[in-house]
Write a protein that binds this ligand. Structure first.
Ligand code: DX5
Ligand code: ZN
Length: 218
């Protein structure tokens, strides 16, 4: 199944509720929520209070991407704020299996992510343990960057690893995804597409519709 996950990092936060309703009504199934701590990545974005109040805007799958050190510390609070799926970074976790177990114990979907410089083989032990693999296609920390071209080979490699393992985990990609490159990204093997600036700069509902038609016809 192919899914679009608009990232609210590029949304207009003074109208956040409406911005979420707009993308859901246009057909987006997930909402991507980036949590940054200023340590694992340079920037600081948002946390529990924003997730909690955004959650009440409408019923859409909250796909929370944690870019924080030692993520196990915050899994319970993030789950309680209303996350449906929680993705953490392999590079940030001392014991990634413990984080996955914790997310599952709270009844949420678990995702594991790697940065562009981390070898895809490091994902192997987790392929059949998570609901989602998130491959960063830019260096995490900011929206509006350009997709790193080597990402295509990495997407293909992870798709093959998932097939070889018989894992049904989703393969999500995040960073620099635009209408111009999204079809090639889907063809390479990604099935959950994050887009921030390409959706929220301009008419979000129209952009969601364009993306969905590109994704579903790739
Ligand atoms: C960046 C975040 C992304 C960001 C993507 O570290 O993880 O989710 O919102 O933004 P775009 O689509 O503008 O590259
Ligand atoms: Zn993200």
């Amino acid at each position: 199944m192919r899914i679009l996950s608009p990232s609210i990092l590029s949304a207009d936060f003074k109208n956040l509720g409406q911005q979420i309703v707009d993308v859901k009504e246009a057909g987006a199934e997930y909402l991507h929520v980036d949590v940054m701590d200023g340590v694992f990545v340079k920037s600081i974005s948002l946390g529990m209070p924003v997730i909690k109040s955004a959650r009440s805007a409408c019923d859409i799958f909250f796909d929370v991407h944690l870019m924080i050190v030692d993520p196990i510390r915050y899994i319970e609070e993030i789950a309680a704020s209303g996350a449906d799926g929680i993705t953490f970074h392999l590079e940030a976790a001392e014991d990634p299996m413990a984080v996955i177990d914790k997310i599952h114990s709270l009844g949420k979907h678990a995702g594991i992510s790697i940065k562009p410089g981390t070898d895809v083989s490091t994902l192997k032990p987790y392929l059949d343990k998570v609901e989602m693999i998130l491959l960063m296609t830019v260096e995490p920390g900011f929206g509006g960057q350009k997709l790193i071209p080597e990402s295509f080979d990495r997407i293909k490699a992870v798709r093959k690893m998932l097939e070889d393992t018989g894992s049904s985990a989703d393969l999500e990609v995040d960073g620099g995804i635009k209408k111009e490159n999204v079809q090639d990204i889907v063809k390479a093997g990604a099935n959950v597409i994050v887009a921030g600036s390409a959706i929220y700069a301009g008419d979000a509902a129209a952009n969601v519709k364009d993306f969905l038609s590109l994704i579903n016809n790739a």
